[in-house]
Each structure stands twice: as C-alpha cells, then as structure tokens.
Design a protein around this ligand. Structure first.
Ligand SMILES: NC(=O)c1ccc[n+]([C@@H]2O[C@H](COP(=O)([O-])OP(=O)(O)OC[C@H]3O[C@@H](n4cnc5c(N)ncnc54)[C@H](OP(=O)(O)O)[C@@H]3O)[C@@H](O)[C@H]2O)c1
Length: 321
C-alpha cells in the first residue's frame, strides 16, 4: 500500500472512472466531477473546472501529490458547433488545473488525442510530428497541450486514441445499440485507427505510477502516444464488434466520411506510433482485438445491470404512487 494521493479530474467519465477503480485502493484517490455521478466508487467533490477560484480551492484543499486531468468536453461534433464552451472546458479548465498544480508542485498527467493531427501522413504519427487539427475539438486539445508545454512545472501528455469503455459514449456501445433495431447499418470506411480500452489506459497509468514515478516527477513536460496495438477501419471494427457479440446477421455497409456528413471533420489516419511509450516507459498495451473481446461481455453485464436498476426504480415509483 502506497500512500501517494492522486486527484483525478473528470472522475466520473469513461477514463476517469476506470482510473479510480484501477488505482484504488493502492493509491489514495480523490475525484473532481462537475455533477453527482451514481456509479463512482471513489470519494469525489463537485467542482466545475471552468471556475478558476473553485478549481484552485479544490486542488489546494486536497493537496494531492499528483493530478490526472481527464476532464474535457469530448463530444467532437458538439465542440464544432459550440466553440466558447469547448474553449472553456478544454482550454480554460486545463489552465486552471495546471496553475493550481504548479502552486503545490504536483505533476500532472494530461490526456490529449490523435485529433491534433490532420491524418494526412502516410504511416504512424510520432510524438514530434507537426500538429494540424481539423476539428475545433482537436484545436482545443492542442491549445491545452501548448499551455502545458509552456507553463506546467512537471507534466506528462498522453495522446490516446479511439477510446472505448463502460462509462461513456463510445463506438462499440453505439454499434450494439443500433444493432437492436437495424438489420443493416452504414459505417465509415475511410478512417483508420487503434481502438483503445480506457481500462487498459488506466492499467498503464498504474504501471507508470508504480515503476516510472521518476519520469512523472521530472521537471518539464514530455509527450507520449498510447493505445492498444493493431489498426482497423471503423467499418471493420463494427463487424468485429457484431461478431464478438454474436450478431453477425447484422450487416455493415461501407460508406465514406463525406456521406456521413458529421459537423466535425476527422483525420483519415489516426494511427499513433507507440514505440516511445514502450521504450521510455515500458508501456505496451495488448491488441485492440483482445481488449474488445474482453470488454464486450463486461459491457453486456453493465448494460443489463443498468436496465435492471431502472426497472426496479420504475416499479418502486409505481408502488409509491
Ligand atoms: N473518448 C475518446 O475517444 C478520446 C480519444 C482521445 C483522447 N481522449 C481524451 O481522454 C480524456 C478522457 O476522455 P473520456 O472519453 O473519458 O471523457 P468523458 O467520458 O467525456 O469524461 C469527461 C468527464 O469530464 C467531466 N468534465 C468535463 N468538463 C468539466 C468541467 N468543466 N468541470 C468538471 N468536470 C468536467 C465530464 O462531466 P460532464 O459529463 O458533466 O460533462 C465527464 O465526466 C479527455 O481529455 C479526452 O479529450 C478521449
């Protein structure tokens, strides 16, 4: 049992929840969330990180030894149409977290994204490649990175990619939901990436904190790419998910991103090079196929539990009335 105290922002989000579950009880975890979250098992305070004074007070009152900043506005299409909110939640909030962390000399782990690249490169994206985000979400994440590079006393930036998990909106969930009502679905076939389970990212953070704490506490900022290994296009990923869930009868039709007409453009190539995090930090995640196959039954269990809870609550309400 280590006594290291870690504060997680966005503690009720997809990655934040898995981090809390993976890191406790070995680490002393405290979370910050914008609103009450029923599924959280770690203690947390309500704090809107867009408010500088409240964020400072929350962080200084807990005085964590390290901060994992996962909170962000992650709905890429919403960000495209709500620039001010995206700036507040992805840039200003990050500034507030970094400023408070600097006051207490706490290193910060920040999560960025493959969407900081334009996806036009042939081959994998290295940490040092030129940033050129296509979407407003990607632009705000780049601005967050820039603030950290210029101002953080100690920080690590992990660019992660195509995240899926139990506790948030993600591609496998949306495919399985569509499969409930549609015998055929259209899925884009011109974007390639590495689907990455938030649970595996959380396990990697635990490994980092247990074995490479010195890198985290080093002055300055370092950037790493992290993800499950292997690559796939969304349409083939959908087929894999359907097969894994025993729903092969549901057909997937390839379409182009242009046909989907989403508000925010996405990079064609989202494949991040994983060599540096493997060499410097010893972090190597399993393949996306293995991760997805372990994830699917857990998702099914969780969805069934949520449905049962909703039914029980409805019955209780009916009895009361
Ligand atoms: N999801 C992906 O595919 C993906 C890919 C690459 C990188 N990333 C990065 O990885 C990190 C974690 O992503 P995720 O998918 O776990 O995100 P998520 O599920 O959307 O969770 C983010 C959490 O942060 C909270 N939050 C947002 N703004 C806040 C604020 N101003 N004050 C307090 N809490 C706030 C959200 O609360 P509300 O729900 O109330 O807004 C939510 O609980 C993010 O930094 C994201 O940019 C994600």
């Amino acid at each position: 049992m280590t006594s290291m105290k870690i504060l997680i922002t966005g503690a009720g989000g997809m990655l934040g929840t898995d981090l809390g579950n993976v890191l406790s009880p070995e680490f002393e975890i405290v979370g910050l969330e914008r609103r009450p979250v029923t599924h959280l098992t770690v203690p947390y305070d309500i704090c809107d990180l867009t408010q500088a004074r409240k964020t400072r007070e929350a962080i200084l009152s807990h005085k964590p030894e390290a901060i994992i900043h996962t909170a962000a506005m992650t709905d890429v299409d919403y960000c495209e149409e709500h620039h001010d909110e995206a700036l507040e939640n992805n840039v200003a909030a990050t500034e507030h977290v970094i400023n408070a962390a600097n006051e207490i000399d706490a290193p910060v782990i920040f999560f960025s994204t493959d969407y900081v690249f334009d996806g036009k490169k042939k081959g994998e994206y290295e940490e040092t490649d030129i940033l050129n985000p296509l979407s407003f979400y990607g632009k705000t994440k780049r601005m967050g990175e820039e603030y950290i590079l210029q101002n953080a006393k100690q920080a690590l930036i992990f660019r992660i990619t195509w995240l899926f998990g139990i506790w948030g909106r993600c591609f496998p969930k949306s495919i399985l939901r569509q499969a409930e009502t549609m015998p055929q679905m259209n899925v884009v076939n011109d974007q390639t990436g590495r689907p990455t389970w938030s649970w595996d990212v959380a396990l990697a953070m635990k490994q980092l904190l247990c074995t490479k704490k010195d890198v985290l506490f080093k002055p300055g900022t370092e950037i790493f790419h992290l993800g499950n290994t292997g690559t796939v296009r969304w349409a083939d990923y959908a087929r894999f998910i359907l097969k894994g869930a025993g729903l092969e009868s549901v057909k997937v039709k390839n379409i182009s991103s242009a046909q989907l007409k989403r508000p925010a453009p996405r990079p064609e190539n989202s494949v991040l090079a994983l060599e540096r995090s493997r060499k410097v930090l010893g972090l190597k995640l399993r393949s996306w196929e293995e991760a997805t196959l372990e994830f699917l039954p857990k998702l099914k269990e969780e969805l069934a539990a949520i449905e049962a809870k909703a039914k029980a609550q409805a019955a209780e309400k009916e009895n009361r009335e």
